[in-house]
Design a protein around this ligand. Structure first.
Ligand code: PRP
Length: 224
């Protein structure tokens, strides 16, 4: 008796991480459809019908995967920690590397000593991570929630400090800000729906194994 292969639905975050994810899937020998040609299309099936890719907002990947609308997804550690969803996280992909930092204007940092902070105001997209980080250090934090261009906040007097992602450091530099503390290192992870792991076990395990060998060949540290 032959069992037919089950289709895997994969949620990828649109943007730069999508390009890096596609490169990983291709390096692992998967047939990936052209996700970049048609900018309005959001679901793509590959030629042999084994994989279906959905293009979603990075913050929505965990939602699709947790609810089983996608079996698998690629999500940043920042999004995963912030949302704390019930997902299986089998593989660090070695892409989307950056860090979450506390930053402030250069002129403030000259006299500032983070060890003396007791009460600060911070603008950020990452409320949970920020709250936990400062509360562990006994620092009272007033948070101003923003959805993007966080670096503007100190320039316009909204808050003296920010918590945000830094990759090259260029955005901080261009806006006269400097890093004063690193909260965590970030990279993208493969996440799986827990039920799919049982119902599509063969396909998912094969995918993890194949991606894992590519990742192991390209980064020093792989699965944790
Ligand atoms: C991210 C992040 C920083 C910037 C860091 O923003 O929030 O603003 O990239 O990159 P860099 O260190 O290489 O300059 P993103 O482009 O995702 O847009 P956002 O402002 O909407 O968060």
């Amino acid at each position: 008796m032959t069992t037919s292969k089950k289709v895997l639905t994969i949620a990828l975050p649109k943007g730069r991480i999508m390009k890096e994810s596609v490169a990983l899937f291709e390096a692992a020998g998967f047939d990936v459809p052209d996700l970049f040609g048609n900018t309005r299309k959001l679901i793509f099936e590959n030629n042999d019908g084994s994989l279906r890719f959905m293009i979603v907002r990075g913050q929505d990947v965990p939602t699709y995967v947790e609810h089983g609308a996608a079996d698998i997804g690629v999500a940043g550690k920042d999004v995963l920690v912030e949302q704390d969803r019930d997902l299986y996280e089998p593989l660090e992909l070695g892409i989307g590397k950056c860090r979450m930092v506390v930053a402030e204007p250069k002129e403030v940092s000259v006299e500032d000593d983070p060890a003396k902070w007791t009460h600060i105001t911070v603008a950020t997209k990452f409320e949970k991570i920020t709250k936990e980080y400062f509360s562990k250090r006994g620092i009272q934090v007033d948070m101003i929630k923003l959805y993007g261009s966080i670096e503007l906040a100190p320039l316009l007097g909204l808050s003296e400090r920010i918590v945000d992602l830094v990759e090259t450091g260029e955005t901080l530099k261009k806006n006269g800000l400097v890093e004063v503390d690193t909260i965590m290192e970030i990279s993208s992870r493969l996440v799986c729906n827990r039920a799919s792991l049982k119902t599509k076990s063969t396909e998912i395990r094969d995918l993890i194994k194949r991606l894992s060998s590519v990742v192991r060949g390209t980064v020093k540290e792989a699965v944790k």
